[in-house]
Design a protein around this ligand. Structure first.
Ligand code: ADP
Ligand SMILES: Cc1ncc(COP(=O)(O)OP(=O)(O)O)c(N)n1
Length: 269
């Protein structure tokens, strides 16, 4: 049996809650073989980001080539891409290796406020990468920056999702974690109709890496051949379990629990 394979192109979080580390843990939990291309080293912990150290252009190009020359990932996810140059490079290699199932988590700012994407790179993301996306998964502030509109209510989220699809992303998911209400509503758009993934907001400080983990779970499910809506639905259950069964690690905003979903599947909760 050929195992499903997924590649993440993202930054490193030494604390293990977000970035490459969250992606690999999520792939593994969902029985998908994970591969990485590291774009930047973010020195961080649960209290914030202390430094960002981009990998050289040549270093990223070589990682992409070493991956593409030998492996055939069934799905590819992008997270922290940091600069215009890195986005252009990823788009070029995407075309060259004819990869499929691109999941774009347009990481821009960490929850503590540290920038993870240079301001001038947002336009490059829109013109160079989003047209290749199977699905793009911004949180509300990211969706506002990508679409140039302010998002205040549900119909704004729907309009933002429409605009992402107009930019060329086949599907869009506007994540509702940054909303302040008691319910979190993630808006999924398939180009024709909307689906709403609603959940009660869990009151916890331990939500570091939720966006990375959610999009990695979508990527893993796409790698295994799921439809996009089925992938998002499973991923939503994965992130819900990961937030609910908190680990309580670190003095600040701790990581989510990547073990939780499978433990529940095995009845071990
Ligand atoms: N407190 C919470 N309770 C329940 N689900 C949450 C909570 N915070 C985040 N999520 C889930 O995680 C997803 C990603 O979180 P969000 O904060 O929107 O993105 P990001 O981590 O990229 O900023 C949300 O869409 C939601 O499904
Ligand atoms: C290396 C790296 N990549 C992405 C993030 C942001 O992760 P996200 O899932 O948006 O969660 P928060 O950090 O915002 O809680 C990161 N911190 N580091």
């Amino acid at each position: 049996m050929r195992i499903a394979q997924a590649l993440t192109i993202a930054g490193s979080d030494n604390g293990g809650g977000a970035g490459i580390q969250a992606d690999l843990k999520t792939f593994q939990e969902l029985s998908v073989y994970g591969m990485t291309v590291i774009t930047a080293i973010a020195a961080q912990n649960t209290t914030g980001v202390q430094g960002v150290f981009p990998i050289s252009y040549e270093g990223i190009a070589q990682q992409l080539d070493s991956t593409g020359d030998d492996f055939k990932p069934n799905a590819v996810k992008t997270g922290m891409l940091y600069s215009t140059e890195i986005i252009q490079l990823v788009a070029e290699k995407w075309r060259h290796y004819e990869w499929s199932n691109l999941v774009i988590d347009p990481v821009m700012v960490a929850k503590g406020g540290a920038p993870l994407l240079q301001q001038q790179a947002i336009q490059t993301l829109i013109t160079e990468l989003i047209p290749h996306a199977r699905i793009t998964t911004p949180n509300i502030p990211e969706a506002e920056l990508l679409t140039g509109m302010s998002i205040r209510n549900l119909s704004d989220r729907e309009e933002a999702a429409r605009r992402l699809v107009q930019m060329g992303s086949t599907y869009a998911l506007i994540k509702g974690g940054h909303d302040t209400g008691g319910m979190i509503v993630d808006v999924f758009y398939d180009g024709r109709s909307f689906h709403y993934l609603e959940n009660i907001r869990i009151v916890t400080p331990h939500t570091h890496g939720t966006g990375c983990t959610y999009s990695a779970a979508i990527t893993a499910e796409l790698a295994k051949g799921s439809s996009v809506l089925a992938a998002v639905t499973t991923a939503r259950a994965f992130i819900q379990a990961a937030i609910e069964d908190e680990l309580g690690i670190g003095a600040g905003h701790g990581p989510t629990n990547h073990f939780a979903y499978q433990r529940r599947q095995r009845g071990e909760r």
